[in-house]
Write a protein that binds this ligand. Structure first.
Ligand code: FES
Ligand SMILES: [Fe+2]
Length: 420
């Protein structure tokens, strides 16, 4: 038996008639031309998450962030007044990449009184203003006040820092996020500052990997043991169902009961889980973080995980046990992308808590590898061009919505440019 019922009437997909139920083309995942369009139409127009405010602990903190595939590096600062700002990481003098460590591709972060160019020593404040020009009187009619860093539109939501590379963003960040994601405003993300970061360069289109996290239809065959040690759950034909699917504008979410938490503490898959009191859904003991608004929007009783997919390339997985993961996908060509995964916990107070966090991070890598393992194969298969369209079932509603949304943004861009 499936764990969760379908909606009382119809199917998840039919609740959103604009999606249709027809087979879907994945041409958008194999076409170099589409990739070029997508970069302009989606990534240079949407709000993009570049980090969290806890990476800027005080006035005078900064970090750099390269946006893979966009040929853009930005500096995110908290200025003396406490305001979070973003600038192109480019010196106003002769265009040198301003801040880097090791090599010009290396990220840099820390506290700083000034941002100093390594080339001729110009300096800039954390507010982007030019504060020092070496041998200033040798220049011609130079006005330092007009030579600040180039600002990038920047705003924060629930501690997530977003930038927008458009000259004039079409909407404010808050309008863009809409009510479903906006409901997470008061969630205590700010208490979860112990971070474990992972990065991988993958041989697939970014959407192919994102698709793998938008449905749980693949769980019984691919993550068989995630469902628990019972013979019933170990059957790869086990009919696993997500509990709730929701769409709001370009954004999506799915709730599930996660894993076999209803079985613990009686049965575990590995002895190490019992030893560390942790596993794929995180530490068994959840810290007290107070209210958690915005999660489990359908109030499903066996709730374990929400997966919010914030268009275009951010996913926020929020666990009932009071921790969260973010995924970000940065396309670098039509068939490659950079994947960033970050786990966030309430900082450990004891060695046992720390061990539980470390074990959850290890387990996460195992599941991510399982998901990664099919990526090249899917990309190769799609590129072979054997089929024009592919059938999607009701549990794959978010895959359907994702590709439709990217296509709609690209169509809008083409229309605005008068092309077909
Ligand atoms: S390029 Fe930065 S000071 Fe000259
Ligand atoms: Fe998976």
């Amino acid at each position: 038996m499936a764990r969760f019922p379908r909606p009382a009437e119809g199917t998840w997909t039919e609740h959103y008639p604009e999606l249709g139920t027809k087979p879907v083309s994945f041409h958008d995942s194999v076409s170099p031309e589409f990739y070029e369009l997508e970069r302009e139409a989606v990534f240079k127009r949407a709000w993009l998450n570049v980090g969290r405010v806890d990476q800027l602990p005080r006035g005078g903190s900064y970090f750099t962030k390269t946006l893979p595939g966009l040929r853009v590096s930005i500096i995110v600062t908290r200025d003396r007044a406490g305001e979070v700002r973003a600038f192109h990481n480019v010196c106003r003098h002769r265009g040198n990449r301003l801040l880097w460590e090791g090599t010009p591709n290396g990220e840099s972060c820390g506290p700083a009184r000034q941002l100093v160019c390594k080339y001729h020593g110009w300096r800039f404040g954390l507010d982007g203003a030019c504060s020092y020009v070496h041998q200033e009187d040798e220049f011609f009619d130079l006005n330092k006040d007009e030579l600040g860093l180039a600002p990038v539109h920047c705003d924060t939501f629930a501690g997530f820092i977003f930038v927008n590379l458009d000259r004039e963003p079409r909407s404010s960040l808050r309008e863009f996020l809409g009510p479903m994601v906006g409901a997470l405003e008061g969630y205590p993300f700010d208490k979860m500052t112990e971070r474990y970061s992972f990065r991988a360069e993958n041989q697939s289109n970014w959407k192919v990997f994102s698709d793998a996290f938008q449905e749980y239809y693949h769980v019984p065959p691919l993550h068989t043991h995630q469902l628990g040690p019972t013979p019933e759950a170990q059957n790869p034909n086990y009919p696993f169902e997500g509990a709730h699917y929701q769409i709001d504008g370009p954004h999506r979410m799915v709730s599930t009961d996660g894993t076999y938490k209803h079985l613990w503490p009686k049965e575990h898959l590995y002895p190490s889980e019992t030893l560390t009191r942790s596993g794929s859904t995180g530490p068994w003991e959840a810290p007290d973080v107070g209210e958690t608004p915005g999660v489990n929007p359908s109030a499903t009783p066996r709730w374990g995980i929400d997966n919010f997919q914030v268009f275009p390339n951010l996913e926020i997985l929020i666990y009932e046990r009071k921790w969260f993961i973010t995924y970000r996908y940065w396309p670098t060509s039509h068939d490659t992308h950079v994947y960033e995964g970050d786990l966030h916990f309430v900082p450990a107070n004891t060695p046992r808590e720390r061990l539980a966090h470390e074990y959850a991070a290890l387990t996460y890598k195992e599941y991510a590898l399982q998901d990664c393992g099919t990526l090249d194969g899917t990309q190769m298969g799609l590129e072979q061009g054997a089929f024009d369209e592919y059938p999607l079932n009701d549990q794959e509603i978010l895959v359907r919505h994702f590709h439709k949304t990217v296509g709609d943004w690209v169509d809008d861009y083409r229309r605005e440019r008068g092309g077909s």
